[in-house]
Ligand binder design. Structure first.
Ligand code: PMP
Length: 430
């Protein structure tokens, strides 16, 4: 039961992501979710185009994920990880070590994507301390996004993340021009010039390069050329700088490869995973490193890695993540993502000719329609709900990243709703 009173309480007392409590945008009450559909409190069903922000790759209320949680719950939902280990964490970390590149063999479990990024940055700094050097600078890309905590925010795109708000508090890092050569198009050597200049100039102070491989997500939904990533790896090797790959959004098949780094055939020194790790059921992240990084951290003055959250290795989250990875390992994701990619190409690319559209791009199970002017958020959200779909655009980006198990007819409903929205000028700013 969800009443008007509940909605009013929500509006007055509860923050939602990136919203104001002063005159907030409307929220839609969802009371259940099943497969690729969300159920509104009034009984209507919406086809889900978002996978709850890249996470619910197997769809909602999945019987095997539910069962994994129920079984774990009957043993123990949580126990501290300090001085204690448990079967769910060991099983999950075995799977992670096995499915990621061979050199990534040490795992740190934490609570969310942003914390995985914090952990990776701390690891890079402690790695250098272990080598007797103090390095506190990072090199990253404009248009990147790595999370909302302070260290993560300091390597997000300065404009998108409003660095001006935190001036004087946020550490200053180096930002290379965002890659311009697009995935699947011609490579131009000049694309790497700015990155090359920065690493050549500052490498002796740089602890690590941190970037989102191939897909720049929340900073613009851009897909860049694998040569860029290969060159980044080469420069990091040349100058002895660590490479952190933030695959929190791309990990577990979303870009068409199990990990987006595979598009460029490179391996990072530190890998951040989250979101789809638990199939969108619980919050959990993992940061993986090479043995060398792990051992060098151990040689820093602290003698250990200085991080240990209360809910580290939460058994319930580990158990469901383990089952989610087992589902992935059964291998259907690859053909599911390929099928979604084809359908997104067939149904979204023709929208390129629409006068309201600046660009359309598709990679793996990600489809992006970039409009010429920003969307009218409340109006377009309401419009999509009336069309029976859940799509949440931001700025000029209307995008889809559905669960991998979405049926072709459901996906067609999502793409059709976007096509129809473009014909309605009231849904876009002038
Ligand atoms: N890195 C990337 C690439 C992300 O897309 C996100 C979340 N959108 C994060 C980090 C932060 O993850 P979380 O929201 O779980 O803190």
């Amino acid at each position: 039961m969800f009443t008007q009173d509940d909605l009013a309480f929500d509006r007055q007392h509860i923050w939602h992501p990136y919203t104001s409590l002063h005159d907030p945008l409307p929220c839609y009450p969802i009371v259940a979710a099943q497969g690729c559909e969300l159920q509104l409190a009034d009984g209507r069903h919406l086809v889900d185009g978002m996978s709850s922000w890249w996470a619910a790759i197997h769809g909602y209320n999945h019987p095997r994920l539910n069962q994994a949680m129920q079984q774990q719950m009957s043993q123990m939902s949580h126990v501290m990880f300090g001085g204690i280990t448990h079967p769910a964490a060991v099983a999950l970390c075995r799977q992670l070590v096995a499915m990621t590149p061979q050199t990534l063999e040490c795992v740190f479990l934490a609570d969310s994507g942003s914390i995985a990024v914090e952990v990776s940055m701390k690891m890079a700094m402690q790695y250098w301390l272990g080598r007797g050097e103090t390095r506190q600078q990072f090199l990253t890309l404009q248009r990147g996004y790595h999370g909302d905590t302070f260290a993560a925010m300091s390597v997000c795109d300065p404009q998108n993340s409003m660095h001006s708000l935190w001036r004087g508090f946020l550490p200053q890092h180096h930002f290379a021009d965002a890659p311009e050569c697009r995935f699947g198009e011609a490579w131009d050597e000049r694309d790497i010039n700015d990155f090359a200049r920065l690493i050549e100039q500052h490498h002796s102070q740089i602890a690590a390069v941190i970037l989102e491989p191939i897909v720049q997500g929340a900073g613009g939904m851009r897909f860049y050329h694998p040569r860029y990533l290969q060159q980044v790896r080469e420069y990091c090797d040349r100058y002895g700088v660590l490479l952190i790959a933030d695959e929190i959004a791309t990990g577990f098949g979303r870009s068409g490869k199990l990990f987006a780094c595979e598009h460029a055939d490179i391996v990072p020194d530190i890998l951040c995973l989250g979101k789809a790790l638990t199939g969108g059921t619980m919050t959990l992240s993992a940061t993986l490193t090479t043995r060398d990084v792990a051992e060098t951290i151990g040689r820093s003055a602290a003698g250990c890695f200085m991080h240990g959250p209360t809910f580290m290795g939460n058994p319930l989250a580990c158990a469901v993540a383990s089952e989610s990875l087992a589902l992935l390992q059964e291998g259907h994701w690859s053909s599911q993502v390929a099928r979604i990619e084809q359908q997104l190409r067939d149904e979204l690319l023709p929208l390129r000719d629409h006068p309201q559209v600046a660009d359309v791009r598709v990679l793996g199970a990600i489809g992006v329609v970039e409009s010429r002017t920003p969307v009218e958020m409340a109006a377009i959200q309401q419009y999509f709900v009336e069309q029976g779909v859940w799509i949440r655009p931001f700025g000029r980006l209307i995008y889809l990243m559905p669960p991998y198990v979405i049926a072709p007819a459901q996906l067609a409903q999502l793409t059709a709703a976007i096509g129809k929205a473009l014909d309605n000028p009231a849904l876009f700013r002038a």
